[in-house]
Design a binder for this molecule. Structure first.
Ligand SMILES: *Cc1c(COP(=O)(O)O)cnc(C)c1O
Length: 451
């Protein structure tokens, strides 16, 4: 399968190059040249299949030309060592719990899958799309405000041939999040930057653009711009439809999927799933106060802004990178006009935006009426369904974080004392190791050049 750039100015790449490079030469995002429908037999049998088997079928549809099928099956099974249940919250509304992975983040699936795919390509011999760098080790740089760093660090932990540098803003990630990437050691280095998240992101971007550094070492990114990180999230949505079948009989065709969104990687994978025949009628992208996509749906104009800090901080994104993919998908790579593309997008996807007060109010309402504890991100998804679900429809929202990851906020809002799962506690017992760094690129470069 070939991958083209959303900016249209870079040569097409094969999967290996798209995964190793992350971003195309023209700074565009890679898109698969085709999205095949899955066969009818798959949909007929789906409800009797395990999460792993469903995921393997979906993965084979995307990656089957580029990864041998035995290898791919092993990779998928190795990635999905946990469950992804659909839980009934109230009549017609279900939570798709995406937080049962190793760091209790839905990003675990994409991060682990990417780590294993990269290892697969490295083991095959030369990942030779960028062989100016002397050393064969692939260095993954990732800037994080919390969740991405822990998922990527744990996904890549102990993977031979890969070293991960996690850059995070000193004092600005929660203690639970921090210990999930600073206590690991091995091939994971945590870099504590004296600055804010935007400084971390700027350091990573400068590193990718620095020619001398790129001759010295092979660099790649593990943000949701990488096809190997965002596409595997489509597994979740096929699994959701399959698990819903055990709650509903017959399985209605009126399923509405609502995704709390920040960089739009997760919902983008669901939309790719829809192109593969996922039996979902329409989608809702739920936002916090960062409403750039919501405004696009209303006006047809995409106007990125600086991000605003909210209770649902993993969705504090003012210029969602995967918007470029959504636009490219529904313009059919530029075949449709901006107006027609907007019409196609709004006919399938609606939006929602909520203030911190509304998020807190929704958490309290849901808890008192149903007993279900929402985290601030999932609360946006639940509320959007409550407001927008039409008679006869069945709504599924993604619960993207375990509430214990936001324990202080959740307890304060709900008056609870929720338990921290053992897996999280274990991280909190490790010893913190990090490298202190200024927010000056010259310092960061000097550090990397000495490695
Ligand atoms: C990353 C994240 C999101 C947003 O997902 P995107 O793919 O960036 O849209 C939502 N909730 C939580 C808890 C997250 O960690």
């Amino acid at each position: 399968m070939q991958y083209y750039s959303t900016n249209g100015q870079a040569p097409v790449a094969d999967l290996k190059k798209a995964v190793v490079k992350g971003l195309a030469e023209d700074r565009g995002l890679y898109m698969p040249e085709r999205i095949e429908k899955l066969p009818k037999a798959f949909f007929d049998n789906m409800k009797d299949m395990s999460f792993q088997d469903i995921a393997y079928n979906v993965a084979a549809n995307f990656f089957g030309e580029d990864v041998d099928l035995d290898g791919l099956q092993e990779l998928v099974y190795d990635t999905l060592q946990f469950d992804c249940p659909v839980v009934k919250v109230e009549d017609n509304i279900y939570a798709l719990e995406l937080f049962h992975g190793p760091t209790l983040a839905f990003k675990d699936v994409g991060a682990r899958f990417m780590a294993r795919l990269l290892r697969y390509f490295l083991q095959q011999g030369s990942a030779d799309c960028d062989n100016t760098a002397a050393d064969k080790t692939v260095n993954v740089l990732v800037a994080t405000s919390g969740d991405t760093g822990s998922a990527v660090a744990n996904g890549f932990l102990g993977v031979e041939g890969i070293h991960v540098y996690v850059l995070y803003p000193k004092g600005k990630v929660s203690p639970i999040q921090e210990c999930q990437f600073t206590t690991l050691g091995q091939n994971i280095t945590a870099i504590e930057v004296d600055g804010v998240f935007d400084d971390c992101q700027a350091l990573v971007k400068s590193a990718f653009m620095d020619e001398e550094l790129n001759r010295h070492m092979r660099l790649t990114s593990a943000n949701s711009i990488n096809v190997a990180r965002f596409l595997p999230q489509a597994f979740y949505y096929f699994n959701a439809c399959a698990r819903l079948a055990s709650h509903l009989s017959p399985l209605t065709s009126d399923i509405v999927v609502c995704v709390p969104s920040g960089n739009f990687g997760n919902i983008c994978s669901a939309l790719f799933g829809h192109e593969m025949g996922l039996p979902v009628k329409r989608f809702i992208a739920a936002n916090n106060a960062n409403d750039v996509f919501y405004q696009y749906l209303r006006t047809g104009r995409y106007e990125p802004k600086a991000s605003i800090q909210t209770l649902a901080n993993a969705m504090d994104v003012g210029d969602p990178s995967n918007f470029a993919r959504i636009q490219n998908l529904y313009s059919d790579n530029g075949q449709f006009s901006a107006e027609e593309t907007h019409r196609r997008i709004t006919s399938l996807i609606s939006g929602a935006t909520y203030s911190d007060e509304q998020i807190a109010e929704t958490m309290r309402q849901c808890y008192s009426e149903t007993g279900y504890i929402l985290d601030p991100h999932g609360a946006c998804g639940y509320r959007a369904l409550k407001e927008q679900l039409r008679p006869g429809e069945i709504g599924v929202f993604c619960e993207t974080a375990h509430p214990a990851k936001f324990k202080e906020k959740v307890d304060q809002i709900l008056g609870t004392d929720i338990e921290i799962p053992a897996r999280l506690k274990a991280f909190m017992e490790g010893e913190k190791q990090s490298v202190e760094m200024t927010n000056d690129f010259a310092d960061f470069k000097r550090y990397l050049m000495s490695r």
